[in-house]
Design a binder for this molecule. Structure first.
Ligand code: NDP
Length: 235
């Protein structure tokens, strides 16, 4: 979906956004950086960390999160940012219309997207409970952020019952029509998964008139933030 969004944002600028699947990541990055009129790129899994050594500077929140999803050039220098962070916080605030201040959050998943979510809300939420398939990866994530943000961190086993103010799905569950193992809850749901149709959990929430969004608004907002960096527009 990103090429569709970006090529619309590009409008009449003489540019095009194309998906590249590198056979050799190092060679591709070196080649792209050597193209004079190359504006920049989004970097996706599994390269969000491995791109960092190729950059001259990265933004504070990307450094904190440990992942870069946008690279851009100013003069002869290459910079990295993470637009997933602002994409998530803006979608939470303006699309789900949820005020995170002092709230308890259950976060499903402990991968790269979970790290962006924690970076986005970790100083405003009261607590973040990580629920992940692998408890080891949940522990690693908590170790990474513990003491660096104002919120309290907790861990629950995958599928364990919980009460919370907000549920965030940062796993790919739903992409293949599979159902998150949480059932219908009173807390609003932010599902990061994006596809043309609603994921089963978002469909269930909507069927019961409960507040829920999928990842499309976040994707659009992170795309706009990346585009602004390539065009040199301040947010
Ligand atoms: P990662 O591969 O880094 O992490 C995936 C996480 O999901 C891990 O914690 C993994 O658990 C868990 N997981 C994977 N498969 C299953 C399963 N079958 N059952 C239970 N848990 C599972 O991926 P990302 O964090 O980068 O991305 C996660 C999702 O978020 C993707 O669907 C991605 O498209 C979406 N996303 C959406 C964005 C948007 O703009 N809307 C932006 C970024 C991501 P374990 O540790 O046990 O392996």
């Amino acid at each position: 979906m990103s090429p569709e969004i970006q090529n619309k944002l590009i409008g009449d600028v003489n540019a095009v956004y194309i998906p590249i699947e590198p056979d050799n990541f190092h060679n591709v990055i070196i080649a792209l950086k050597s193209i004079k009129n190359f504006m920049g790129a989004n970097i996706t899994i599994p390269y969000k960390e491995s791109i960092i050594p190729y950059l001259d500077e990265i933004s504070d929140d990307a450094a904190f999160c440990g992942a870069v999803n946008t690279i851009y050039r100013i003069g002869i220098k290459w910079y990295g940012a993470n637009s997933d962070i602002v994409g998530f916080s803006d979608a939470l605030k303006y699309d789900l219309k949820f005020d995170i201040g002092g709230k308890d959050v259950v976060l499903l998943g402990a991968g790269g997207a979970a790290r962006a979510v924690i970076t986005a809300i970790g100083n405003d939420a009261a607590s973040i409970t990580i629920m992940n398939r692998s408890i080891e990866n949940a522990k690693k994530l908590v170790e990474l952020f513990s003491g660096k943000l104002k919120c309290k961190f907790m861990i629950k086993r995958w599928g364990e019952e919980f009460k919370t103010d907000l549920i965030v799905n940062a796993t790919p569950i739903g992409l293949q029509g599979d159902m998150l193992p949480i059932g219908l809850k009173n807390a609003p749901l932010f599902d990061l998964v994006y596809s043309k149709i609603d994921t089963p959990i978002v469909a269930l929430y909507k069927h019961h008139n409960k507040p829920a969004i999928d990842g499309k608004q976040m994707l659009y907002r992170q795309a706009k933030a990346s585009f602004a960096l390539w065009k040199g527009i301040e947010r």
